[in-house]
Structure formats: structure tokens, C-alpha cells
Design a protein around this ligand. Structure first.
Ligand code: BDP
Length: 675
């Protein structure tokens, strides 16, 4: 194998089944998923497969209608026989992986589980030339080795320009990836970047559809549906229709024909992901139509085949004049989509980023969650670490996600969080709700650039399946499975680094919920004013008196008024706004005292010194693993820690100096702050 076998190593499988034999009971022969499962176990190879019932140790049983959903499973263990039970072979698939995982983690084998979220999806931002937008782990698994003469970025692309084959066709790698995903419960993937340009526009048509169909077939056999992101102007680009107006009959017929052709080739195709009227992408606004008009038109086209549309709410004015303070990017998705509540068809889900800005280190919950009452919604995360250290800096993100899905929106007294009820209760079809996330894998040997970033993919899947799991439990599982053969004390070292890593990164980053102090465009490294006078938005408003964005109703942009009364009251007042989003909601003096008891300025100094020290501590801890873990893994992380140290130092000094110059207030502890 030319790639790391992640948490699904043959060692893992061998240990967990202890060389015992299997047989299969009642799996319907014609079912593709069960066939895959069968051959997969064969593929892992260390177990002896036999149909001799005398030898049986593990029995896979399909029992239609016994469990809550077709993805649910039950494990039963008695007298040395383990049964994996599901309504369908999909349930069995998840049950089998769970059995392996639970054996390794000594968790007991009488257990039943139903996923918390029906949709558990990964969005790839892979481009047809093999690169990945915001990808930090090498090239795309799906695309690459592009024909020489074609130019994917040419504006007016015609299918005649397809020279060569844009697909990588490394099916061994795709199959392993599909197995990784299904082992953590992922059931949907979108293959291509949401910014759909050039040749990628043509993925929905022949001849490129062939390559999509090959990939989809692999995913299907692991219970995963394949989606494509589309270009809103496809009718113009593909068929030279004069308009992309969603109410135009020719346009509607175009999409129906596209859907018919796709489903002909890929009967269980998932549907489309759409980024429209966003960051320069075309959309229905151009024709004075609403996002509901646009989404519903596409929904109608895929409806006869059970297809589904993910319509992104990441719509904001990205051509602002920084002098004009009348717009607030945080309010934009609510302004665009709240008025449309109840207007979307049953097979449309709004895809909403968890925070109102953009995957920052610290953001409040997007107020559309809870605000929308009659709309299918999926929450969007970013596993790829765009603003979180590019998979150079160690950053186990699950604690941040857990916090956001557990946030109580206080619309009622029952603890309304995204995890507990909001998505399901505010949907018109509860099956069309769940989580989606930008993925973080690429062709790198270890899939994720930094080996430890695998834990974010693993954790995203596990948390999506079971919202009750804690970040601590998930991390424990991943470390146990990934570093199976090392002594517990070494596993503990890895755990200690990772469980604090999100907090450490946050400490040396933009303080107290400001966000966006990153180098423009690349988004790695510090640039205090990089975006401050920029068309993409203004984020910190630091001056000699204080810092932060006033989003209160009384004196600011009014954003805090978008929440339920109780939450809005909390955010309206600096005294009750939680520290980690204080500067997201308020412009306060540097001497403002936080709930922690520190002043804002002293908090900035303290966290930035601490964050850097934290990285030094990681370096020390990681060095104790030399010779203990695999050399490739050891040096992979050791090298990245040196870069992280440099990054943390740069953040520390630029942020501290900037705020020292602004405030003129010295550090209480007299540490070195450059002038
Ligand atoms: C931003 C990324 C950009 C994406 C955009 C999106 O910088 O590359 O295209 O999000 O989500 O954070 O569409």
C-alpha cells in the first residue's frame, strides 16, 4: 500500500477478531452493500472466511423492521457468539465496524445504535485539475493527471475542449477512502468544489459523467450517496441557452434533462450542492428571483428520482466598501434566508455554516438555527483547517463542534440545541437534516497532511452519528485504534497534546471572537490588519480606546437581535456575553473586565504568551515518542511542530505588539513585548 491505512489497519482487524472465523447469515445475495461487506472482510484477509456454521463466531443477521431505522444496528454477544443485526445490510455494515471499534476500545458488545443525524456528509472542494481549494494534504483523490491542452479556468469552456481524462482513476485509494468513511458512518459525499468553474461545469454531462459514475459505484457499495456541486449558469455554458432564469421553461427543461441522464447512469445519485449568489458565483438574484425559486426549480428536476438539493446560505456582500458600515456580514445569511422560511420544497435542505461569518476559531451559532421554523437544514462544518492552522498546526477541532451543536437557543424551555431537536423539529422532512463538512483528505501518504488531523475526519463522522459522544471519548477511540501497539503511557501523551490543541491554537489566534486576523487569501499566519480595510469585511475595529465589533441592537448593527429573546438579551450586554465571543458582539475598552476577572488587554497578553508556551510543551512531549511510534508518523508531526512554533511566535508577537501600541498599557507580568 502506498498510503497509510489509518484507523482501519489490518493490525486493528486482526487483533479485534483474534483470528476467529466468520460466516454470513441471511444476507440477501442481490444486495450490493452486503456483497461489498463480504468481499471487504475477505480483503482484510487475516480472518478465515467460512460458511461452516460449526466454526461460527460472528453472525451477521439481516432482520427487516427490527430496528428503528435502516441504518441502525444491534450487537449481541453471548456464549462466544457475536451477532450483528440490522434491518438491512447497511445496518450490518455500520454494526460490523462498530463491533471492531468496540472490541478494540473494550466497550462491551451488547449495544444498539441509531444515528443522531440522518445526513452525515462530506463536501469535497476538489477541482478538476487535481488541486483542492483549501486542501492541505496533497492532490485530489478523484481528479488529476489532466490532459495537457485543456485549460480548466477558461471562462467559456466547451465540452470539445476536453482533452485527456480529468479523472485520477486510482480506485484502490477511493475504495479505501470509502471504507474509512463508512466505518465512521458517513453516508453522503459531494465530489467537487462548490466554486464550479470551467470544465467542472460539465461533470453533470457526458462524457465526464462516466468518471463520476465509476466513483459513485464505489461509494454506493459502502452505503454512501454521491452528489455534485453545480454551476448555476450551466444552462448557458452547456447548452448555450440565453438565460439561467429559474422560471424560464427552457432552463427548467434543461435541468430535467440533466437529471434524467444522470439518474439513468447513477440510479442512487444523491443530487446537487449549490453555491449561488455568493462570492462572485452566479445565482437567481441576477434574474430578480429568490433563492427559493432557484432551489425549488432544481428540486423539481431531481424529484422523480428521489434526488435532493443542498442550497448553501453563505450569501453576503463580498464587495463591500469598508467605509460603508451599513452592512454586517454576520447578518447576511439571516437577511437573505429568514424571509424565505417555509418556501422551500421538501427535497431541499439549506446548508448553513455553523457560525455567521466563516469557520473562525470562535463564533456564535448562526441565528438561522432556531430562527427558521419550517425549512430542512444541515449544519456545515469545515474539517479542512482553513482558518485553523492548515493541518500544519495541531488542532483537534471536535471540542469546538461539540460546543456549537450543544448551544441552547432558548426558544423554549427544553434545551433546544441543534443536536437535541432544532434540525429535526424545524424541518418539513426530518430525514433531510443533518451535518455536512468540507473534507480534509488528499493524496498525501497519511491522507490529511498532518497525521493527527485524521482525528478530525474520524471525529466528525463519529460525532455526526452520535451527538452525545464527548470529544474526549472520540479522541480516545481514535488514538486507541491508530496507535494500537504502543504502551498506554505513550497514548496518553498523544491524548494530552491533542485534547488541548484547539484551545492552544485559539490562544495565539485572534482574541475573544474577533476572527480574520489571518494573512489574506491563504488564511495561514497572522496579519492583524490584513482584512481590516478590505472588501470582504471589517472585523476588529481596534482603536486607541478599545476593540471589537458592536453588534448590539442598542448601538450597533443589530445582529444580536436575531436570536431568541433570552439569547439576544445575553448578547446585548457585554457583562453577560461569554468571553470567547465578547469582541464579536461588542466594542469595549482595553480595560474592560472579562467574566474571567482579567482585563481584555491582559487576557490578550496572557493567552498569547500561553499559546506559544503550549506549543513548546507539545514539542517536548512529542519528542518522547521518538522510536516509540512509526518513524514516518513521528517525523511527520515533529516537522510540523517546528512550523507551528514559528507560527505561534509570529502570532504572539504581532498581536501583543499591536495591542500594546494601540492601548499603551503594559503587561502586568513584564514579559517582553516589542514596541
Ligand atoms: C471561504 C473560503 C473559500 C470558499 C468559501 C465557501 O475561503 O475558499 O469558497 O468559504 O464556503 O471560507 O464557499
Amino acid at each position: 500500500m502506498e498510503f497509510d491505512q489509518t484507523w482501519l489497519t489490518s493490525e486493528v482487524v486482526e487483533r479485534s477478531i483474534g483470528g476467529k472465523s466468520f460466516y454470513f447469515d441471511d444476507l440477501p445475495e442481490e444486495n450490493e452493500v452486503s456483497l461489498r461487506l463480504r468481499s471487504e472482510i475477505l480483503g482484510w484477509g487475516r480472518a478465515r472466511i467460512t460458511s461452516d456454521k460449526e466454526d461460527a463466531e460472528i453472525i451477521l443477521r439481516v432482520r427487516p423492521g427490527v430496528l428503528a431505522t435502516d441504518e441502525s444496528y444491534r450487537l449481541e454477544s453471548s456464549e462466544g457468539v457475536i451477532s450483528v443485526i440490522g434491518n438491512t445490510s447497511r445496518g450490518i455494515l455500520y454494526g460490523f465496524y462498530s463491533m471492531v471499534r468496540r472490541m478494540i476500545n473494550h466497550q462491551g458488545l451488547n449495544f444498539e445504535s441509531t444515528p443522531s443525524q440522518p445526513i452525515r456528509m462530506i463536501d469535497h472542494w476538489d477541482q478538476i485539475d487535481g488541486t483542492i481549494e483549501r486542501g492541505y494534504a496533497g492532490e485530489s483523490l478523484f481528479f488529476g493527471q489532466y490532459g495537457k491542452n485543456s485549460n480548466p479556468d477558461r471562462k467559456e469552456f466547451s465540452v470539445r475542449d476536453v482533452v485527456g481524462d480529468p479523472f485520477r482513476r486510482d480506485y484502490q485509494r477511493v475504495e479505501f477512502y470509502a471504507r474509512m468513511l463508512s466505518s465512521i458512518g458517513i453516508n453522503a459525499v459531494s465530489l467537487n468544489n462548490v466554486n464550479v468553474r470551467g470544465l467542472a461545469t460539465f461533470l453533470i454531462t457526458d462524457p465526464l459523467l462516466d468518471g463520476v459514475a465509476d466513483i459513485a459505484q464505489i461509494f454506493t457499495s459502502f452505503g454512501i450517496k454521491t452528489y455534485l456541486a453545480i454551476n448555476w449558469e450551466a444552462p448557458k455554458r452547456i447548452k448555450q441557452i440565453k438565460t439561467s432564469d429559474p422560471l424560464d421553461q427552457e432552463v427548467r427543461d434543461f435541468w430535467k434533462e440533466i437529471a434524467r441522464n444522470i439518474y439513468n447512469r447513477i440510479p442512487d445519485f444523491g443530487g446537487f450542492v449549490v453555491k449561488a449568489d455568493s462570492e462572485g458565483e452566479p445565482g437567481p438574484y441576477q434574474y430578480k428571483r429568490t433563492h427559493a425559486d432557484g432551489a425549488n426549480m432544481l428540486a423539481e428536476a431531481v424529484e422523480p428520482y428521489g434526488g435532493h438539493i443542498f442550497w448553501r446560505t453563505f450569501v453576503y456582500n463580498s464587495r463591500q466598501d469598508w467605509r460603508d458600515r451599513s452592512t454586517d456580514r454576520a447578518k447576511a445569511s439571516s437577511e437573505n434566508f429568514l424571509p424565505l422560511d417555509g418556501q422551500f420544497k421538501e427535497n431541499v435542505s439549506l446548508q448553513i455554516k455553523f457560525g455567521p461569518i466563516d469557520f473562525q476559531t470562535s463564533e456564535p451559532l448562526t441565528p438561522l438555527f432556531g430562527g427558521l421554523k419550517r425549512t430542512n437544514q444541515v449544519m456545515e462544518f469545515q474539517i479542512t483547517a482553513e482558518y485553523l492552522g492548515h493541518q500544519i498546526d495541531i488542532n483537534y477541532i471536535v471540542p469546538q463542534w461539540k460546543k456549537v451543536i450543544s448551544f441552547d437557543t432558548k426558544y423554549r424551555d427544553v434545551g433546544d440545541s441543534v443536536a437535541s431537536c432544532i434540525l429535526k423539529e424545524h424541518a418539513i422532512d426530518p430525514e433531510k437534516t443533518g451535518f455536512t463538512s468540507v473534507g480534509n483528505v488528499g493524496m498525501d501518504y497519511n491522507w490529511t497532511g498532518n497525521k493527527l488531523s485524521q482525528a478530525n475526519l474520524y471525529g466528525y463522522g463519529r460525532l455526526s452519528w452520535d451527538n452525545e459522544l464527548t470529544p474526549e471519548e472520540i479522541l480516545d477511540e481514535w488514538i486507541n485504534q491508530t496507535f494500537l501497539s504502543i504502551q498506554p503511557k505513550y497514548r496518553k501523551t498523544i491524548y494530552e497534546i491533542m485534547i488541548t490543541s484547539n484551545e492552544t491554537y485559539k490562544k495565539y489566534n485572534a482574541p475573544l471572537g474577533i476572527g480574520f486576523m489571518v494573512v489574506p487569501s491563504s488564511h495561514y499566519g497572522v496579519s492583524v490588519n490584513g482584512y481590516e480595510y478590505d472588501r470582504w469585511g471589517t472585523y476588529h475595529f481596534a482603536d486607541r480606546n478599545g476593540v471589537g465589533v458592536d453588534r448590539s441592537v442598542a448601538t450597533g448593527t443589530g445582529f444580536s437581535g436575531l436570536y431568541s429573546d433570552e439569547v439576544a438579551r445575553m448578547y446585548e450586554d457585554p457583562a453577560t456575553t461569554p468571553d470567547d465571543v465578547l469582541l464579536f458582539f461588542h466594542h469595549v475598552p482595553y480595560t474592560h473586565v472579562l467574566q474571567s476577572g482579567e482585563t481584555v488587554i491582559q487576557h490578550i497578553y496572557n493567552t498569547h504568551f500561553d499559546g506559544y508556551e503550549g506549543v513548546l510543551d507539545y514539542i517536548k512531549k512529542w519528542s518522547t515518542l521518538e522510536g516509540v511510534i512509526d518513524e514516518i508518523d513521528y517525523s511527520n508531526v515533529a516537522r510540523r511542530l517546528q512550523l507551528q512554533k514559528q507560527n505561534a511566535l509570529e502570532w504572539r508577537d504581532q498581536i501583543n505588539t499591536y495591542f500594546y501600541r494601540m492601548s499603551g498599557i503594559a503587561d502586568e507580568h513584564n514579559r517582553t513585548i516589542y514596541e
